[in-house]
Ligand binder design. Structure first.
Ligand SMILES: Nc1ncnc2c1ncn2[C@@H]1O[C@H](COP(=O)(O)OP(=O)(O)OP(=O)(O)O)[C@@H](O)[C@H]1O
Length: 668
């Protein structure tokens, strides 16, 4: 055994030494090339380095990602979401994995024991015993195979359940109220929530389950082998090994500290790169018309370059740390193991020395194997520390989004403001009061303030009752849409009192029409679902047809009813964002308004692509349907549908007046 072991160690050491030399040689070559300008390979990166593309997170505050008390606290909190209780299926899978791990360790012990017996029968030339033992060995192997796969299944299901619970928790928070809007518009802490909510959560769960098996199994093995070795060789051997574990573990954890922060940065850069790709897909038509592919490619390459540079730095760090890890976690552990197992053999009067040399050799053979297993287990545990540091990175990322989500749901934002919030005479975000009342919209000394803290209007006061249509006008950037963002409760109220009907009774149609994924019916009834439409019982497909006719889009239903179209009529499915023209989308949005019949409708230049005659009939129908309008438009033709106007001059003043026959109408 000893010669085999030493042979193995020598071969591995030689291989790793060769690997170290190769890596050092490659690195030094790279540097010397840089210094002396060797034959340059074709540079895959463009020379242009002045591409600025990072949105918001200019100098991101990196969350700390070390294996420390804070990490364990955060991990505990996330695991409490993933595993909600002791008597849950999730906890069941944790126990199943633990049981499978125990069974596997016992299988390993059994394999060592049976292997030794088979070898003994060969050495003793006992053919009968050899056959019997070999048959028993073979008969047990399927059981071990099943145990291995139960372990695999347990780990897979545990990861899926962790991911389901954490994702559901975060999604519930993210889509609560307007949190998803606030995260990208009011707060600057997280630039790419999509990356955090998808990849990072998945990696966190994978890292957790990997770590669970990578730590639990070696710990169990260490416990079993320490127990067996202590009872046979005394406490000294295991004690030496365990002291080594503590020392090496502590040292390597310290060395690996940067891995957490590097993982956080890796995920952030991956998110940025993905975001730039998805922007290209979303705006492909506009970019294609501008033939902006070369410019977009520069941005993409710049982002990819940043990611690759970081990944390379991370790789080099991991390789350098890996050399030390391998050396300390694997090989020195074996050396320490040899030393520890040899101690009783060199002691006079030790019970192991009392037998024949053959007996001594057999003892050494068994304990030597256990020792190899113990050293391996210690090595694996020491190496699992690397995964732990990586997990610290993912934990920090997932905790970050969790914290931001909680803050946003409590109306706490973090953003670089242009003004000093604490000593601001205007007020502070959320300090205003919102009252719910039907059939009235009243602003009492409400300031219009952007998320950056810029004051558009110091104090806005007006009152609109049901039936009083209001036209909102003023130059670009004066705050017309901002007024609606405040009315829609997307932006916080800094001061004053705002009285308005509850959210469901106000309906907003934005400048850029939005079409959801789904059927033609879904476009008209959005955000309701078909089930909700049926449950409410205030409209049927025939009514929807009437609304489509009102906006002169009845032909759309006929077109989708033709053979060959996907789905049928109202159930036709398409990517409506692409399929419909700009004006058609705006008309669908008006049909949506007719379906919902709110008390107040906010129309923010939402008919700019619709012809004047169709626009006219749509506005007339609103009056019939008793929908009070708040309209932003630059079209003079719309003044006749309104009774009041609210004009902002862009310099902080406003005017709210009835439209009289002699009122000067402006617009085009
Ligand atoms: N999310 C935001 N963060 C910071 N500032 C913003 C934000 N949204 C708008 N603003 C700023 O608020 C000001 C008013 O914008 P708003 O969209 O209300 O203008 P508007 O009157 O609707 O203009 P337009 O007629 O061009 O649509 C602008 O100066 C704009 O830059």
């Amino acid at each position: 055994m000893a010669p085999t072991l030493s042979k193995l160690v020598t071969r591995r050491s030689t291989a790793s030494a060769a690997a170290v030399v190769a890596v050092l040689w490659l690195l030094s070559r790279k540097r010397s090339k840089k210094r002396f300008g060797g034959t340059k390979p074709k540079n895959p990166w463009p020379a242009n380095t002045d591409i600025q593309y990072v949105i918001k997170e200019e100098k991101p505050k990196r969350p700390k990602a070390h294996v420390d008390g804070e990490f364990f606290k955060q991990l505990r909190q996330l695991l409490a979401i993933g595993i909600p209780g002791v008597f849950t299926p999730e906890a069941g899978y944790v126990f199943l994995v633990a049981a499978a791990l125990v069974s596997r360790s016992l299988c390993d012990l059994w394999l060592i024991h049976t292997g030794t017996l088979i070898e003994t029968s060969i050495v003793n030339m006992d053919a009968e015993l050899f056959k019997k033992r070999l048959f028993r060995f073979m008969a047990t192997l399927p059981v071990i195979s099943v145990v291995n796969n139960i372990l695999k299944y347990g780990l897979g299901e545990m990861k899926l359940r962790l991911r389901t619970n954490i994702s559901r928790f975060l999604m519930d928070q993210y889509l609560k109220g307007f949190t998803y809007y606030k995260m990208s518009n009011l707060d600057t802490r997280i630039a790419n929530p999509d990356q955090l909510l998808t990849t990072d959560v998945d990696k966190f769960c994978e890292s957790c389950t990997d770590l669970y098996s990578n730590i639990a199994k070696p710990m169990l093995d260490i416990f079993i082998y320490v127990y067996r070795l202590t009872s046979s060789l005394g406490g000294q051997t295991p004690l030496i090994m365990l002291s080594y574990l503590l020392l090496a573990g502590g040292f390597l954890t310290h060395l690996r500290k940067p891995i957490g922060a590097l993982t956080v940065k890796e995920q952030r850069l991956e998110g940025e790169y993905r975001h730039i790709h998805s922007r290209l897909i979303t705006n492909s038509e506009e970019i294609a018309f501008y033939q902006g592919n070369s410019r977009e490619k520069l941005t993409l390459i710049a982002s990819f370059h940043k990611l690759v540079t970081h990944l390379r730095k991370f790789l080099e760090f991991k390789v350098a740390i890996g050399v030390v890890d391998n050396f300390i976690g694997k090989y020195v552990a074996t050396v320490v193991g040899f030393y520890a197992v040899s101690i009783p053999f060199f002691q006079k009067n030790h019970p192991l020395l009392s037998g024949t040399p053959d007996h001594r050799f057999k003892s050494y053979y068994t304990y030597g194997r256990m020792l190899v297993k113990l050293a391996e287990a210690i090595g694996r545990l020491v190496l699992a520390g690397r995964e732990m540091t990586r997990l610290a990175g993912f934990t920090a990322r997932v905790t970050e989004i969790r914290k931001v989500l909680t803050d946003l749901n409590d109306n706490k934002y973090e953003r670089t403001m242009m003004i000093d919030i604490k000593n601001n005479p205007i007020g502070s975000p959320g300090a205003g009061k919102i009252l719910a009342k039907d059939n009235i919209i009243r602003f009492e000394r409400v300031p219009l303030v952007t998320p950056n803290g810029d004051v558009l209007v110091k104090e806005l006061s007006f009152e609109v009752k049901s039936g009083m249509n209001v036209l909102v006008c003023g130059p670009n950037g004066c705050g017309k849409s901002s007024l609606f963002r405040i009315l829609g409760e997307l932006w916080p109220l800094w001061a004053g009192v705002m009285t308005k009907p509850p959210r469901g009774k106000l309906f907003y149609i934005p400048q850029r029409p939005y079409m959801t994924l789904g059927t033609l019916r879904d476009q008209v009834i959005y955000p309701h679902t078909r089930a909700e439409m049926i449950r409410r019982g205030n409209a049927k497909d025939e009514d929807l047809q009437k609304y489509l006719d009102l906006v002169q889009l009845g032909h759309l239903l006929e077109r989708e009813t033709q053979p060959g179209s996907e789905g049928h009529g109202w159930d036709a499915v398409a990517d409506w964002m692409d399929v419909l023209s700009g004006g058609e989308k705006q008309r669908i949005a008006m049909a949506r308004l007719f379906y919902h019949k709110p008390q107040f409708a906010i129309l923010d230049e939402c008919t700019s692509a619709v012809s004047v005659d169709v626009e006219d009939s749509m506005y007339s129908y609103c009056k019939k349907a008793n929908i009070t309008l708040f309209t932003v438009s630059h079209r003079r033709s719309l003044w006749k549908h309104h009774e009041y106007y609210l004009q902002m001059d862009g310099r902080g003043s406003f005017e709210f007046k009835p439209i009289e026959p002699d009122t000067e109408e402006f617009g085009s």
